[in-house]
Design a protein around this ligand. Structure first.
Ligand SMILES: *Cc1c(COP(=O)(O)O)cnc(C)c1O
Length: 810
């Protein structure tokens, strides 16, 4: 049905009329989405089945990527792209009177993740399938994704994201693949012969039902699986709960409600640990259900358990799925009868772990009591892992009590998940060179010393299919015109663009595409804010989660300073700028929410002030999400990547902007460092403290925020505006808090310290933008080098250096 346009149109109309029983003329956009999506899904079915048969027949080693978050966004456009029929379908629909773009907008944006970590998992799935690897996702089918953000009176308001209300054509419920997950209860220990036998009694059983989503690779033939688990009550609750059949209906309802809450919603905290019982339940639910189904698949191969590490790799995305380790031990020992040593050998050879942060507030630590009560048998295993690990430490470092307290898995009545993940796996990777370096030399130094080959780096990546070929079709077309099509499968060949960086006709084409993208975003802004945006102004963009370390505050304070300059000398000669923000704050993160209010307050004042005369404009676009990112990023001239050095583990937003030709203003943090290595200081705008300096300040002190305030009149002026009567401070309670975080709490993220160099660097940007040809040259150099950041590159390194899996041609 997708062989050519006429065949497609005919199949589409047949399907639509046949299924909906109405003529084409009466079809709504939602109808078109439903029919087209179902056609794609149906078309995929055969390839999906074939892929699985091939993996099974070849007994291929498969990797399972466990993640509490998959921020996949919309799938229709990407699936059509990877199937190689996007243009044909676009034309066909258009001839039938529909716009594919409108149809794509009809799909719910699956927000089953918070930000970078969840988006990384989604990019990885795309690369795994596209590179023909046997690699699948293992996640939770949250009924409610990340909240929808509205801005009301400048404040963030959160609305539930009931994404399933819209038609989800992709998932397939696999009732027959359900498994049982057990919580609570107690463990009876018997001795049989000289062997201890552990029996989990009086547990509460939960049914885990998988919903499979096909992940279509770029050759269309490879279709892997994202298996999302949903929690449901078990079919015969009477027997499971020990109830007399039909007697205690109330108790059953209570049970049902409690069970269904497990996959009810995604926790909206990014880079923050929340010690909530329900969250721990979610984690164990994912790990146990995922492992049971993986072991069932392995069982069909008819191989001994000792073959497991040769056929299955388990990857955990941050520590959230660390319970995979003790749960696998439990299954291997209690259900399959292996001894500890053999089970441990198998487990550690199968599991690998990615560390995503060194922020101490994000390191997971679960209270011993909570773990022991919720998953008693799993707790016993964690305790035993800890005991053996501490004994090993004692052997290697006799008498070094201090080392044991620093490294123990259980300490101070808490389970340290990162330690469990390091000890129970064979590979620990950081997500950018700098981050891995900090892990090895500082945060996890003792572990690196003990396990020198375990730590390694895998710099994050983004899929160039979604973020360039789909989000910026014109740029992709221009690249192909210049260097042919090979870059699509070998993105590092985009480097071939460099030879055009001074070619004025190529530069002109780059400029035209950027302008077109800016006009499109301007239209979107106009539809939301009813303000006309100047497409010839510099689009200066910071879009990402709102977090103190990401320093949206530095950005808005600089804008306040610019505004002060314009008020002081209205004739000032600056290139007009449009500052664009988008960011969700965790609902309980008060400082972050006040910063949103500040941005909106300043935007209100500046955008309405006739003295400003369009020199600067500020927009906060609500509800940042994958689909909004796809609209904004191709239109950016300047990419703000301004985290406090050492705090952003990698960043992936930075890579998306680079690939779309924006120039970065950034600190030497995360993957910005590697970007800088590739393109040099002349093609990006670096500023601020280096990571070493930041960490030295933390360690030895010596930073005085109030000193900055007293010695820099620009700093003093903007900070005073937060708290003295005037148009801004009428919200004084909100902004006083910001003021105090900077001055009384000594500015934990060095906003004031980096302010002068940030201001100067923005002056440089203004100067550089005036040289059109120079700017476009830099832009082309950025695009040319960005192929290195394709997640295809990242995934091939995971595959060969961590998972030991090979490509499986079909
Ligand atoms: C890429 C992406 C992120 C991560 O952005 P950073 O700038 O790396 O923090 C977060 N949210 C969405 C929707 C994204 O697409």
């Amino acid at each position: 049905m997708f062989t050519d346009k006429e065949a497609f149109k005919e199949a589409f109309v047949d399907d639509l009329v046949g299924k909906l029983g109405k003529p084409l003329e009466e079809a709504s956009i939602a109808d078109v989405y439903h029919i087209l999506g179902s056609m794609v899904r149906a078309q995929t079915g055969k390839n999906w089945a074939n892929t699985n048969l091939k993996y099974k027949a070849g007994r291929e080693k498969q990797v399972y990527y466990f993640s509490m978050e998959f921020l996949i966004g919309r799938l229709l456009g990407n699936n059509l792209l990877n199937m190689g029929v996007l243009e044909m379908v676009r034309d066909g629909l258009s001839e039938l009177g529909f716009s594919l773009q409108d149809v794509e907008e009809e799909e719910a944006d699956a927000g089953l993740g918070n930000g970078g970590l969840g988006r990384l998992a989604a990019c990885f799935l795309d690369s795994l399938a596209s590179l023909q690897y046997a690699g699948h996702g293992c996640g939770i089918r949250y009924k409610y994704g990340l909240f929808e953000q509205k801005i009301v009176d400048g404040y963030q308001v959160e609305l539930p994201d009931y994404w399933l209300q819209k038609d989800n054509v992709w998932e397939v419920r696999r009732e027959d693949k359900s498994v049982e997950v057990r919580f609570w209860g107690r463990v009876d220990i018997d001795k049989v012969g000289d062997k201890l036998v552990f029996r989990h009694k009086d547990y509460e059983a939960v049914r885990a039902v998988p919903y499979d989503v096909p992940i279509i690779g770029a050759d269309r033939r490879h279709v892997n699986t994202l298996r999302n688990w949903s929690a449901e009550s078990i079919l015969r609750p009477d027997s499971a709960l020990g109830l007399e059949p039909g007697t205690d209906y109330h108790k059953f309802l209570e049970y049902k409600r409690s069970v269904e809450s497990i996959s009810e919603f995604l926790y909206p905290d990014d880079s923050e640990y929340e010690g909530k019982l329900l969250r721990l339940k979610q984690q164990y639910f994912l790990c146990s259900a995922g492992l049971q189904s993986i072991l069932r698949t392995f069982g069909k191969l008819g191989l001994p358990l000792s073959e497991l590490p040769n056929k299955v790799a388990l990857h955990i995305n941050d520590t959230h799925p660390t319970l995979v380790i003790p749960e696998l031990m439990r299954i291997l020992m209690d259900d399959r009868g292996l001894e500890w040593d053999e089970a441990w050998n198998i487990t550690t050879r199968m599991v690998s772990y990615t560390n995503h942060t060194i922020l101490s507030e994000a390191l997971e630590k679960w209270p011993v009591n909570m773990v022991r009560e919720l998953v008693p048998r799993v707790y016993l295993i964690i305790d035993e892992i800890n005991t053996r690990f501490c004994a090993e430490l004692m052997r290697r470092y006799p008498g070094d009590q201090n080392r044991i307290s620093q490294m123990a898995i259980i300490y101070d009545d808490q389970v340290r998940m990162a330690h469990l993940a390091i000890v129970g796996s064979h590979s620990v990777n950081g997500v950018a060179a700098l981050h891995t370096d900090i892990l090895r030399k500082r945060e996890m130094r003792l572990f690196d010393e003990m396990y020198p080959h375990r730590f390694n780096n895998k710099t994050n990546g983004i899929t160039h299919r979604r973020w360039l070929m789909h989000a910026n079709r014109d740029l992709a077309g221009l690249i192909t015109d210049a260097i042919g099509t090979r870059w699509m499968t070998h993105p590092q060949e985009m480097i071939g663009l460099i030879k055009y960086c001074e070619d004025s006709s190529f530069q002109q084409k780059i400029a035209e595409i950027k302008r077109k993208n800016k006009l499109r975003l301007a239209e979107y802004i106009k539809s939301r804010h009813n303000v006309t945006v100047d497409p010839d102004s510099i689009f200066d963009v910071q879009v990402k989660r709102l977090h103190a370390y990401k320093r949206q505050l530095l950005n808005i304070l600089h804008i306040m300073h610019l505004y002060n300059q314009i008020k002081a000398s209205p004739g000032i000669d600056i290139v007009p700028r449009t500052f664009i923000f988008a960011a969700k704050a965790a609902p309980s993160y008060h400082l972050a929410k006040r910063i949103i209010k500040l941005i909106n307050t300043v935007a209100d004042i500046v955008n309405r002030d006739s003295d400003v005369n369009g020199k600067i404009r500020i927009f906060f676009l609500e509800n940042y999400s994958v689909s909004l990112a796809e609209k904004i990023i191709p239109a950016a001239d300047v990419s703000e990547q301004i985290s406090t050095a050492s705090k952003e583990a990698s960043g992936t937003g930075n890579m998306k902007f680079m690939m779309n030709g924006a120039l970065t203003i950034g600190t030497m943090d995360g993957a910005n460092v590697e970007m800088n290595e590739m393109i040099g200081n002349e093609n990006m705008f670096l500023f601020g403290l280096r990571a070493e300096q930041v960490m030295d300040y933390y360690q030895y002190g010596g930073y005085n925020a109030r000193g900055m305030y007293n010695s820099d009149s620009r700093v003093k002026e903007v900070l005073d505006q937060l708290i003295t009567p005037g148009p801004i401070c009428c919200y004084h309670q909100d902004f006083e808090h910001i003021y105090h975080s900077l001055l009384d709490n000594n500015d934990e993220f060095f906003v004031l310290k980096d302010f002068p160099s940030y201001v100067e660097t923005h002056v440089e940007i203004d100067r550089a933008y005036r040289n059109r040809s120079g700017w476009l040259k830099k832009s082309i150099i950025n695009i040319g080098h960005s192929g290195k950041f394709s997640s295809d590159n990242t995934i091939s390194r995971y595959a060969s250096e961590i998972w030991n899996i090979r490509q499986v041609p079909l």
